[in-house]
Design a binder for this molecule. Structure first.
Ligand code: ADP
Ligand code: MG
Length: 203
């Protein structure tokens, strides 16, 4: 059981703003220090088509959910969404994301470990940098908001993509990596994090 759990994988992408803000090392160190293992990494210049494919792994459901979240953000600032349906808003966000993601090089990574998916989401923070917690990457290193993004009809610039659930992670990983890009290896700290006895410390 525990062995199986420690193989959970998640896709993280440092988006073009993260690269341009010189935050690669800082971001990697956040995931590294919590105990996750980096099993693949590559710098890519995404095409808008690949970015679209990436965001469409969630399908119609993602379009609806992201549109609903956007409508709630309009409501919170006392405005009404200019879109007729959640889906229309979702499509607009998808198009904006394709532009955002292909604006420059990105760093795609696969992180592995127990609870990798929720752990990375927790460390990364929520979608809106302004509204998310201090101590998270999005909360600490940038300042964008729904208000700023909506005013210019662009994506929220939040430095990072991180998979939301196991199905999303599996599909997203297949978009950015081939099976032989992924390196299976033992990390010495796994003995301390996961081994039932913590054997091997004393001579
Ligand atoms: P997350 O990246 O936190 O999982 P979503 O999957 O809901 O967020 O959305 C994907 C990306 O689309 C976000 O990271 C953000 O860059 C952009 N985005 C989401 N909602 C909005 C919005 N209402 N306005 C502008 N951009 C948005
Ligand atoms: Mg998401």
């Amino acid at each position: 059981m525990a062995q199986k759990m420690q193989n959970e994988r998640t896709l993280v992408i440092i988006k073009p703003d993260g690269i341009q803000r010189s935050l690669m090392g800082e971001i990697i160190s956040r995931y590294e220090r919590v105990g996750l293992k980096l099993v693949a990494m590559k710098m890519v210049l995404p095409t808008p088509e690949r970015a679209t494919e990436h965001y469409m792994v969630g399908g119609e459901e993602w379009l609806e959910t992201v549109g609903e979240k956007a409508a709630a953000a309009y409501e919170k600032k006392g405005e009404k969404s200019p879109y007729k349906t959640y889906r229309d808003n979702g499509v607009a966000i998808l198009e904006a994301n394709a532009k955002y993601m292909s604006a420059g090089p990105v760093l795609a990574m696969i992180w592995e470990g127990s609870h990798a998916i929720p752990l990375v989401r927790k460390i990364t923070g929520g979608t809106e940098p302004l509204g998310t917690d201090v101590g998270t990457i999005r909360g600490d290193f940038t300042l964008d908001s729904y208000q700023l993004a909506d005013a210019d009809n662009r994506s929220i610039r939040n430095l990072i993509h991180a998979s939301g659930d196991p199905e999303e992670a599996k599909k997203e990983i297949a978009i950015w990596f081939d099976e032989d890009d992924i390196i299976e290896y033992r990390h010495i700290q796994e003995q301390i994090l996961y081994d039932v006895n913590m054997d091997g410390i004393l001579e």
